[in-house]
Design a protein around this ligand. Structure first.
Ligand code: NDP
Ligand code: 2IT
Length: 445
């Protein structure tokens, strides 16, 4: 890392003790930014990096709720409004027991650059709670969401901060959150949340967008080597919103997705995953992935273990941060890996990224490859602002155009900075320069 940037990075780490994931995300971005600061000393003079690493606002609050047995429960809620240079804070809410400030800050930090890459007018933010929705009834989830929004509502708004889903937050949760926002404010402010249902201000394609976009980005990378998904053997991790739609899109392009996972284990389906059955098990019945292997013949279920033990030419990590380490990366490379598209946020450890890049594997980092979700959220905001709703075909065409554009700009930036094919460099520099220019123009705030 450039010595000037290393000193700033060390200060950021010391100011934010114990936030390992935030440290990791900051370090990874800073490693790309030396050459930009050679060309733009004004960014250093204006302390752009120091400002970027300090969120504009951080909100932490108590979320009391009552479970079905009448027992009082207390969780912690977060919203980190990281950077508004390009637009209102925009980013998802994560409900998972592992959530703490360091996770929310890593996600919010990544979101700044991701959102810049989309070319849409959105700043970066993230939020969530250590609430664990697993095993909770609909009524419990509703009471939790209502209590969460009873504090959050005062901080958000169409022109201020626009949350959406992430792990543990999907259409059901967005519905309860929107209902409570509307009730408290007495405003039908559609643009305050994205990921809404189609009949009440949602956008077609938003549920599919992250997984679809990840595959579209990966297809663009494959094209640079004169190849495609057609006939490829693919492994996906996770079996939630992003994973399911990545499976669907990869298979529509002629790939066979032979494996996916949850935090308990993974399935191997050599004939290719039956997407309708996977949706039924996970989205309708809200069952564990193991149930898929019970209902479909010829499928093995491996309890525990790593889905990355399954050989593939394309790997799409779509579960969570740091789920793919250096050993897993080396095994995938030995098994003939050609490309990785990160559907999740920071799923590959820094060791894993180094293994992929050293081996010449096409590597699409999350802030570029999974930007289709938030980009389609921005399209949802656009539809809400104009009180319009677009067809599936039109919206999907916009998503495709945006993902192809992100691929192009990452590749062009990597070329410009003398490291062709380095999408990590391209994404970090491309996103950073847009935000830094806007921050300079807006003065010292
Ligand atoms: P979901 O809650 O729908 O699904 C999450 C999936 O990941 C589940 O299969 C879950 O398994 C698995 N998972 C979660 N945590 C862990 C863990 N600690 N260890 C192993 N597996 C785990 O979330 P999404 O599909 O929406 O999100 C997946 C990833 O994509 C996240 O990194 C998210 O930040 C990222 N992302 C999401 C976007 C979106 O639009 N939803 C946009 C861009 C990125 P289990 O059920 O066992 O917990
Ligand atoms: O990580 C992400 O980009 C998301 N969870 C989606 C955010 C959004 O506002 O749609």
């Amino acid at each position: 890392m450039d010595a000037r940037l290393e000193a700033i990075r060390d200060t950021v780490l010391a100011r934010n003790p114990g936030e390992a994931e935030f440290h990791q995300a900051v370090t990874e971005v800073f490693e790309s930014l030396g050459p930009v600061h050679d060309r733009h000393p004004e960014f250093l003079e204006a302390a752009i990096l120091e400002r970027l690493c300090e969120p504009e606002r951080q909100i932490i609050f108590r979320v009391p709720w009552t479970d079905d047995a009448g027992r009082v429960r207390i969780n912690r809620g977060f919203r980190v409004e990281f950077n508004s240079a390009l637009g209102p804070y925009k980013g998802g809410l994560r409900f998972h027991p592992s959530v703490y400030l360091g996770i929310v800050k890593f996600l919010g930090f990544e979101q700044i650059f991701k959102n810049a890459l989309t070319g849409m007018p959105i700043g970066g933010g993230k939020g969530g709670s250590d609430f664990d929705p697993r095993g909770r009834s609909d009524a419990e989830v509703m009471r939790f969401c209502q209590s969460f929004m009873t504090e959050l509502y005062r901080h958000i708004g169409e022109y201020t901060d626009v949350p959406a889903g992430d792990i543990g937050v999907g259409g059901r949760e967005i519905g309860y959150l929107f209902g409570q926002y509307k009730r408290i404010t007495n405003r039908y402010e559609s643009g305050v949340l994205t990921g809404k249902g189609i009949s009440w201000g949602g956008s077609l394609v938003r549920p599919e967008a992250t997984g679809f976009g990840t595959v579209i980005f990966t297809q663009e990378m494959l094209k640079t080597r004169g190849t495609s998904f057609d006939g490829r053997r693919v492994v996906v991790s996770g079996s939630g919103n992003v994973a399911i739609n990545a499976v669907a899109k990869a298979q529509s392009l002629g790939a066979t997705v032979v494996a996916c996972s949850d935090s308990s284990g993974y399935i191997v389906d050599p004939a290719g995953i039956d997407v309708a059955l996977l949706r039924q098990v996970k989205e309708v019945d809200r069952a564990r992935l193991k149930e898929y292997s019970v209902r479909r013949g010829g499928v093995s279920y491996v309890e525990g273990g790593s889905v990355w033990d399954v050989d593939a030419t394309v790997a799409l990590p779509c579960a969570t941060q740091n789920e793919l380490d250096g050993d897993a990366a080396a095994k995938l490379v030995r098994n003939g890996l050609l490309a990785v598209g990160e559907g999740a946020n920071m799923p590959s450890t820094r060791d894993a990224v180094a293994v992929f890049q050293d081996a010449g594997v096409l590597f699409g980092p999350g802030k570029a490859a999974n930007a289709g979700g938030v980009a389609t959220s921005a399209l949802e905001m656009q539809q809400n602002a104009s009180r319009d709703s677009w067809s599936f075909e039109h919206t999907e065409a916009r998503l495709t155009e945006i993902m192809v554009g992100i691929h192009h700009s990452c590749a062009a930036t990597a070329d410009e900075y003398g490291d062709p094919g380095n999408y990590v460099l391209g994404a970090n520099i491309g996103g950073f320069v847009k935000v830094a220019d806007a921050m300079l123009a807006q003065g010292l705030i």
